[in-house]
Design a protein around this ligand. Structure first.
Ligand SMILES: Cc1cc2nc3c(=O)[nH]c(=O)nc-3n(C[C@H](O)[C@H](O)[C@H](O)COP(=O)(O)O)c2cc1C
Length: 253
């Protein structure tokens, strides 16, 4: 089994490790010219962003040549998936890839403008992540099928979410409004955890280009908590308890 994953704060990496198999990082795979993945089972694990998948994951799914008898997609999310399943199904249909199984694991929501992180972290026990994972792991072991149907009503919701959420939230120039405080020690970790190679750290400071994935890996993983955004609900940051900053660097550098 091969799993391709995208992570900013470790939820998807943790789920990928629990599912098992050969783990491949999507930001790293994306730098290759032709992407060929062939295995008895192939899965993608990615966070829900604004009711769909991260831009980089969409691009990867569009471009990758995936050969398998069992293709599955797992999201991690915090509050609501919107029509994120339908987005996967639509992309799979467009490329002639059979989507055998799709599911989602509810975890901590790392969306800083929407949530106070400490409150999110405190609600984690109620989400019973291990219970959710046990069921999903069993489904994948038995190669369960979970079809997704795109009805006209679902299509209308997909378009609405894109217009009202995704087009507003997922913008490549988002990082240009991040604020770097004088707590910054120029350690360069923000650049190393950035999956989009969008950050340059020099003696004079931290510079953001316009390829931001809006994953907030730089904000959540800064050891000095020196990167902020005006709209954040609090200064508290999150990293999945089973994952280290070095893991995020290894995944995204
Ligand atoms: C820009 C952005 C948008 C998000 N949008 C949603 C959303 O629409 N619904 C939701 O439930 N969670 C949303 N989230 C939360 C993430 O999907 C969730 O925290 C995920 O588990 C993070 O995975 P990671 O730790 O592997 O990066 C969003 C997070 C970010 C950064």
């Amino acid at each position: 089994m091969t799993i391709c994953y995208f992570t900013a704060t470790g939820n998807c990496l943790y789920v990928a490790r629990r599912i098992g198999g050969t783990l491949l990082s999507i930001p790293q795979l994306k730098r290759q010219d032709g992407i060929e993945i062939s295995d008895d089972a192939v899965g993608i694990i990615a966070p829900v962003y604004a009711g769909e998948m991260p831009m980089m994951v969409r691009d990867f799914l569009e471009r990758a040549n995936i050969k398998t008898d069992y293709f599955f997609f797992l999201y991690t999310f915090g509050m609501a998936c919107g029509e994120a399943f339908a987005h996967v199904k639509q992309l799979c249909d467009e490329k002639g890839l059979k989507l055998s199984y799709i599911n989602a694991v509810q975890m901590v929501d790392n969306y800083l403008p929407g949530f106070e992180m400490q409150k999110q972290i405190d609600t984690l026990p109620q989400k019973d992540v291990e219970g959710q994972l046990t069921r999903i792991i069993r489904d994948i072991e038995v190669r369960a099928e979970a079809p997704v149907k795109i009805t006209p009503a679902v299509k209308a919701k997909m378009a609405m979410f894109r217009k009202m959420l995704a087009n507003r939230i997922l913008r490549g120039d988002t990082a240009k409004s991040y604020i770097v405080t004088d707590q910054c020690i120029r350690c360069g970790i923000c650049a190393k955890v950035c999956p989009a190679n969008n950050i340059t750290v020099t003696e004079s400071g931290v510079a953001f280009a316009d390829r931001c994935e809006v994953c907030y890996a730089c904000l959540h993983n800064c050891p000095k908590n020196a990167i902020h955004m005006r709209e954040e609900k609090s200064g508290v940051r999150f990293l999945n308890e089973h994952i280290s900053v070095s893991d995020i660097i290894e995944a995204n550098e």
